[in-house]
Design a protein. Structure first.
Length: 254
């Protein structure tokens, strides 16, 4: 049984002491590929080092996270662009809008998001979207630029059936992680209405660990717990969840 973690920050300092063991545990749980989203210029070196250390298992993206869009965002975007000119990445991510912590750079977040979308379209690679407290805003921003060249994942999707439909109609996949296992999140009811062909699995390690690890450090091996919960909700065998979500991920990250 093959699983893919489409979103994990295993290069962060939370894994400094046991990164190799975390990778071994993930492989033992059937997680054959792990996709690493970037945050900003400070995370690039450690992310690329991890990709180098685990070839064929870890795959790096490049992008500017919306929470890192500050006064110097133009400089940060220039660094992203230089890396895109230098080598191939599997995606541009994670990018998007975050209105949870700070709304003061909302216009700059929109600008950074739309510019990185255009880079992805020109390079023919997908985007991975961060949309905390901003799903409707992002759907509205995407509508005018959505075409056959634009594809990707709405990472950590926790929205409504209506939002899921709007997103999948644009050709995007929904990244499903630990929140699916949370008792009162309500995501299980939404996902009942969404076809498996629109879903991929993720952890967002070290954040949002699934039950029974909620509140602890998340890691890629726990994507198996998300898969098991999805199988329970969909009333299908775990092997089917693994097969379809893995195919969805591989078809996106070509």
């Amino acid at each position: 049984m093959k699983l893919i973690d489409t979103h994990a920050h295993l290069y962060l300092e939370q894994f400094e002491e046991d990164r190799v063991e975390v990778m071994q545990k993930a492989l033992q749980n059937g997680v054959e590929r792990i996709y690493l989203p970037n945050i900003d210029s400070s995370s690039i070196d450690s992310m690329l080092e991890m990709e180098k250390k685990f070839p064929g298992k870890c795959f790096a993206m490049i992008g500017l996270h919306p929470c890192s869009v500050k006064e110097n965002y133009e400089e940060e975007l220039e660094i992203v662009k230089k890396w895109l000119d230098k080598r191939k990445f599997v995606a541009i991510g994670e990018i998007g809008i975050d209105l949870y912590w700070d709304k003061s750079f909302f216009e700059q977040q929109k600008d950074a998001f739309l510019r990185q979308i255009e880079w992805a379209k020109s390079l023919g690679i997908p985007i991975v979207i961060h949309s905390r407290d901003a799903t409707d805003v992002i759907i509205e921003l995407l509508n005018p630029v959505a075409d056959e060249r634009l594809r990707g994942i709405f990472h950590c999707f926790t929205g409504t059936v209506e939002q899921a439909n709007a997103i999948t109609e644009m050709g995007f996949l929904l990244g499903i992680g630990g929140v699916l296992t949370f008792k009162n999140a309500g995501l299980d009811k939404t996902i009942q209405e969404v076809d498996l062909k629109h879903l991929v699995l993720e952890t967002d390690s070290p954040y949002l660990a699934p039950v029974p690890f909620r509140g602890k450090r998340n890691e890629s091996s726990y994507v198996l717990n998300v898969a098991k919960k999805l199988a329970e909700i969909k009333k299908v065998e775990l092997k089917k969840i693994a097969r379809i979500t893995t195919e969805n991920a591989l078809n996106l990250f070509v």
